[in-house]
Design a protein around this ligand. Structure first.
Ligand code: DGL
Length: 259
């Protein structure tokens, strides 16, 4: 079984890629909606939640856990890898492909405050982005909009304009989505970005990396592929977003549970 978790519904955008790639595997997705957002929580608070959720997934027989949250990866992946024996895959800030492909030498990264503070992001900058200018934009409020089911409309557009326009004005030609909630805003992001910015979503590469680790560990699918979605809080937005991707997932597969 492949366990996945996020602070909320954002990681559903990663589940989509994983499920497309490995439809015969079983997935259990945990949305920590009761504690969302993680973006401005302390690293210790995030580690505590990541630990509890990982324990829960391992007790449910997870063979591998995908931390489908940039903020939780930044704060907790080292801790999780040193405390549990199952493999963990985290979200990589896609600064490397953005820097390599940028023609203008300017790239934008839209992420939470927690992701920008993490050593993973800072190391990626040092390793791969020394030859480009990186415009960091904190997307305060965007996670909350997606969590409340608002992925389109004026409120979304105004906030995204506030964050993306300065990136365009700075001459960037790439925009990295550094938070798994943001792919749900892709229509509006593209509308604002027009032709000047190419959007980079790291989720497909993370799914490929997960498949590679699954193959290396010889983890075989045991059934024809099941999908369970658990929320520690509100479950309605998760149902709505999952159904936009796969309308066949039945009501019983959505569970509210206190972790
Ligand atoms: N999806 C999470 C991420 O990728 C959102 C973090 C939050 O809850 O603020 O960073």
């Amino acid at each position: 079984m492949i366990g996945i978790f996020d602070s909320g519904v954002g990681g559903i955008s990663v589940w989509k890629e994983l499920q497309d790639l490995m439809p015969n595997h079983d997935f259990v997705y945990v949305a920590d909606c009761a504690y969302c957002p993680y973006g401005r929580k302390s690293a210790d608070e995030i580690i505590e939640r990541a630990k509890k959720i990982s324990e829960f997934l391992i007790n449910k027989n997870a063979d591998i856990i995908v931390v489908a949250c940039n903020t939780a990866t930044a704060a907790a992946i080292e801790y999780l890898r040193s405390h549990f024996s199952v493999p963990f895959v985290g979200m990589e800030p896609a600064v490397k492909p953005a820097a390599m492909e940028s023609k203008n030498g300017v790239v934008g990264v839209l992420a939470t405050a927690g992701t920008f503070k993490g050593s993973l992001y800072l190391n990626t900058l040092t390793k791969f982005a020394s030859n480009v200018k990186v415009i960091e934009q904190i997307g305060d409020g965007l996670v909350e909009l997606v969590e409340s089911g608002k992925t389109h409309g004026q409120e979304v557009e105004l906030l995204l304009q506030r964050y993306i326009n300065p990136v365009i004005d700075a001459g960037a030609d790439k925009l990295v989505l550094g938070c798994t909630h943001y792919p749900f805003l892709i229509d509006t992001i593209k509308k604002i970005a027009k032709k000047s910015l190419t959007i980079i979503n790291p989720a497909p590469s993370v799914a490929m990396q997960t498949q590679k680790i699954i193959d290396e560990n010889n983890i075989q699918p045991k059934s024809y592929g099941s999908n369970i979605f658990i929320s520690t809080g509100n479950i309605e937005t998760m149902k709505m977003l999952v159904h936009t991707i796969n309308p066949n997932i039945v009501e019983q597969n959505f569970i509210s549970y206190n972790i």
